[in-house]
Design a binder for this molecule. Structure first.
Ligand code: NAD
Ligand code: UDP
Ligand code: UDP
Length: 351
């Protein structure tokens, strides 16, 4: 039916849709939900940089206009303040769906302060927001990419994690609103793919860091870097022997675009297999930012996964993608951004 056709090229966002038609190269029109956030804003830079039209939908829950302000005068860029929980009508070729209240502190705060209402909001964004974007993709025939997460593996009993692993998630634990929210989003995406023929792509993103990360979102890399710049001790939770694998944001953006432009639904793990304990991470931060940095131990939170490391053979083979930037090379690239923002904050406080 005509309503299933892509508005722009009838290409459903396929790479072939970018072939020039008559009057020179045609651009794609791409929606990035959550585009004012950390990963989203870097993705938008990449898409604008290669010549596409980008519409960002963001409610600024954790995102910031500052992340996009350098694009405001670009005629190929549009920013819409909108909550994806509400339906929206747009005509686009591709949808990168990143909107999600992503940071652990925010959801832990929900549990401490307003368990029912905001927890509902958390799960609701993942469920209703994803549903609306899938409905939009179905209506206009756009290709839809979901940014899922390694947290779908929960506290994994398989190491490293392959995409075939189903996960070990506590459905009623403190983290479950995030884990289960993303698992539901994956289910919805596959429903729309199988049932309505939507071209779906699923990325399972592992811990990512870089400039524009929220300063105080409670994630370990942003905490350690901000603490070290502020000359505070780095807070190591538990014994610090739990592991994570940290990916630099530009590697992730390359992976997301490769996935969107390829023919495979996924899911694909996108992460850097270099695995570090939190104590080792603290050592690296110390080495590359400030040799006089110190650590202090704090009690860990419940249900904290003991280890996490992606098996990325599938993405290597089918997307021809792998991360290029090691932790030692990536960390220094976020320091000046963090320094500037911490300095501005202090000036704002009149310090
Ligand atoms: P972020 O918090 O910086 O970005 C999320 C963005 O979504 C923010 O700009 C926020 O304002 C927006 N948003 C939230 N709820 C919304 C709503 N209801 N309507 C519209 N916009 C809304 O987080 P991020 O680290 O950039 O994460 C981006 C995506 O990648 C998320 O889906 C996240 O789950 C996923 N992911 C990130 C990591 C990571 O390490 N950064 C790891 C796994 C998965
Ligand atoms: N939707 C949207 N924009 C669109 C098309 C759909 O926001 O362009 C929303 C729609 O409001 C609904 C959801 O996406 O809440 C799922 O749409 P679908 O058509 O799949 O389901 P239905 O409306 O038939 O329940
Ligand atoms: N962590 C830590 N100190 C901090 C923040 C986090 O030791 O200041 C630990 C946390 O307990 C977890 C790991 O770092 O084991 C990664 O936490 P993060 O919230 O960054 O990511 P996720 O748990 O979602 O992988």
């Amino acid at each position: 039916s005509p309503s299933r056709m892509s508005f722009n090229y009838g290409g459903g966002g396929k790479t072939t849709g970018r072939v020039p038609v008559g009057i020179g190269p045609r651009r794609m029109r791409i929606v990035v939900t959550g585009g004012a956030g950390f990963v989203g804003s870097h993705l938008v830079d990449k898409l604008i940089g290669r010549g596409d039209e980008v519409i960002v939908i963001d409610n600024f829950f954790t995102g910031r206009k500052e992340n996009l302000v350098h694009l405001f005068s670009n005629p190929r860029f549009e920013l819409i303040r909108h909550d994806v929980v509400e339906p929206i009508l747009l005509e686009v070729d591709q949808i990168y769906h990143l909107a999600c209240p992503a940071s652990p502190v925010h959801y832990k705060v929900f549990f401490v302060w307003v368990v029912m209402i905001l927890n509902d909001g958390f799960h609701k964004t993942n469920v209703m927001g994803t549903l609306n974007m899938l409905g939009l993709a179905k209506r206009v025939g756009a290709r839809f990419l979901l940014t899922s997460t390694s947290e779908v593996y929960g506290d994994p009993l398989e190491h490293p994690q392959k995409e075939t692993y189903w996960g070990n998630v506590n459905p009623i634990g403190e983290r479950s609103c995030y884990d289960e929210g993303k698992r539901t989003a994956e289910t919805l995406a596959m429903d729309y793919h199988r049932g309505a023929g939507v071209e779906v792509r699923i990325a399972r993103i592992f811990n990512t860091y870089g400039p524009r990360m929220c300063l105080d979102d409670g994630r370990v890399v942003s905490n350690f870097v901000a603490q070290t710049i502020r000359k505070h001790p780095m807070t190591v939770y538990g014994d610090g022997k739990q592991t994570r694998s940290f990916q630099y944001v530009s590697d992730l953006v390359e992976g997301l675009v490769a996935l969107m432009e390829n023919d495979h639904v996924g899911p694909f793990n996108l992460g850097n297999p270099g695995e570090f304990t939190m104590l080792e991470l603290a050592e690296v931060v110390k080495e590359v930012i400030d040799p006089s940095a110190t650590i202090e131990f704090k009690p860990n939170t419940a249900d904290d996964p003991h280890k996490r490391k992606p098996d990325i053979s599938k993405a290597k083979e089918l997307l021809n993608w792998e991360p290029k930037i090691s932790l030692r090379d990536g960390l220094p690239r976020m320091v000046s951004d963090f320094r500037n923002r911490i300095l501005n904050e202090d000036e704002g406080k009149g310090l």
